[in-house]
Ligand binder design. Structure first.
Ligand SMILES: [Zn+2]
Length: 198
């Protein structure tokens, strides 16, 4: 029923984009729509239309998609051009229900800026496989799909060290902890950088 295979074609990219929008448009992110005037964000369940916050102030403002298809696809294709970039998808039939992607990074001061993690290069050095983004669409969460995606990615990538940036206590945080991930830097109260040594 569930199949995980390496990223290969643009049809799969469209599936990844849809999974991205459905995942991040729901809990706990709720990045479905954004108001171009007040900046409030709403989950996908809002289904577009006028901004409720602005309507309360007597204004009619049409919501924009928070993650427009073209932007997500373009960002994804750019990520896939990075060194040793890899992407895995979990599918149910023809539907992409989850994905993970990443690429090789070298920790230096530039990377501190890129990951918005000041001081990281003073704590660790060398090259890492960076788990950039992962998602499982709401209806398929809590079935171990995320853990399988991470496990397979750790197996197919070729670095000795893996790095992830996530929220303390998130599902990704717990999965990385299951693979002996350690928090090496706390960026903000709840955002952390974790590493796994293989
Ligand atoms: Zn508004």
């Amino acid at each position: 029923m569930r199949q995980i295979r390496p990223f290969s074609d643009q049809e799969t990219v469209r599936g990844i984009v849809a999974a991205y929008q459905r995942t991040f448009g729901g809990e706990p992110w709720n990045e479905g729509y954004v108001c171009p005037v007040c900046g409030d964000i709403f989950p996908l369940t809002q289904a577009g239309g006028d901004c409720p916050s602005c309507v309360r102030c007597g204004k009619s403002v049409l919501l924009n998609e928070y993650w427009p298809t073209d932007k997500v696809a373009c960002d994804f294709n750019r990520e896939m051009e990075k060194p040793e970039a890899l992407c895995l998808v979990a599918e149910d039939g023809d539907t992409v229900v989850g994905f993970i992607w990443g690429y090789r990074i070298v920790v230096d001061e530039q990377l501190d800026d890129y990951l918005e993690s000041p001081g990281l290069s003073r704590l660790i050095s060398g090259s890492f496989f960076y788990l950039d983004d992962a998602a499982v669409i709401p209806e398929y969460q809590f079935h171990g799909i995320g853990k399988k995606l991470v496990a397979q990615m750790l197996e197919i990538q070729s670095e000795k060290n893996v790095l992830g940036r996530t929220l303390d206590g998130s599902r990704m945080f717990r999965i990385l902890t299951d693979f002996n991930g350690k928090t090496v830097l706390r960026i903000t109260r709840d955002r952390v950088i974790m590493t796994i040594s293989l």
